[in-house]
Design a protein around this ligand. Sequence first.
Ligand code: ADP
Length: 429
Amino acid sequence: MRTAWVRSLAVTVVGAVPALVLGVLVGPAWGWALFAAVLLLQCVAGLRYLARLDEWSRHPSPTQTLEGAGIWDEIFARLHRHERELRGQIARRDLDLRQVAAAGQAIVDGIVTLDADGRIGWCNRTAERQLGLDLRSDRGQPIANLVRQPAFVAYLAAGDFARPLRLHAVRNEERVLSIHILPYAGGDRLMQVRDVTQSERLDHMRRDFVANVSHELRTPLTVLSGFLETVRELPLEPDERDRYLALMAEQSDRMQRIVQDLLTLSTLESSPPPPENARVGMAELLDKLQRDAEALSAGRHTITLSVDAGDLLGAESELTSAFGNLVSNAVRYTPAGGHIAIAWRRLGSSAEFSVTDDGLGIDPAHIPRLTERFYRADLGRSRESGGTGLGLAIVKHALSRHQARLDIVSAPGRGSRFSALFPPARLTA
Ligand code: ADP
């Protein structure tokens, strides 16, 4: 800078020397005239560069470079350097902003930034969907004008965000949202919108399940303790006493079956997937199944077995439990004299296990819910025949772990067909 200044001054001084010489030799007026001419030239050059700078500053462009001489050249070079640096900084900030926005879009939760007055600064697409917003038109709008559920408006107005707010999604009442508001950067706030529909549903199911288990166990337990008191406190005849003891044993068997089925379900839920290469000998398994069914039926039914496919790959205990439940249901829900057909057959490259009976059948309204825990189409019949209401839940679970699906076809009074189709990957060659 200083050198440019000195150089500029030197040009003026050098211009003054010939003017001085001319003034001494020819006369001071000529000397002053020459000096004035040198200054004028310097001024004209300066004005030209100033005009260029004025023009460029109106539309600064990195491609158009300013050229000048002396101090002007250095000023122009510095301006260009500064401008390049600024453009670089802006490009880097742009990139940062784009990355932050992309990260905001990648977050599974809805995100909305709000200023101190609750106006929307930015939101991701998930939040747009959850809250029915459109960032292009809603930016800068107070969110309370757009999400108008009274609970949300009151929550925002109260300003106490220690606990999240539960809210139903704006355009989809079935979805439940949990809204957290976190203050950041002065008065600004970050609103996080989490879809908790699934966890609410699971919570609900868990509560229902605990209530159902308690209810299922309480009934036999009440009966049991009632009999126990009677046996302990009343002088009973031996045969009367034996009858009470038999009834007590029945209730304790019932509780044992419920607990056993619950344990089976919990094992199915927590154990690793069934092996894909362990062969389950179907001929022996089905043979035993038929013998067990005959024992349960005690000669009241005709039970046939047809085996027309090879072995399965999977967990023997799970498959035995699934098939066993289907066969014992057929026996329990088919009146004496009925027929039960167990079949294992190839269907293309897959294979199907089925149990068909000509028993009571099921009303179509119950079919979609039969695999729910403790769901019974006929409560009296289920209890009377020793059912826990968990059998088909176990069947569904065990089958799905082997990539098979339970299919139910039934008509009241005509009978039922329960089947499971196993994919080729679960069959031996
Ligand atoms: P449960 O222990 O009560 O038999 P399941 O889960 O095995 O429970 O079956 C659920 C309900 O499905 C039963 O209560 C019964 O109403 C109905 N069901 C199951 N299998 C049959 C069948 N073969 N015929 C008629 N109804 C059946």
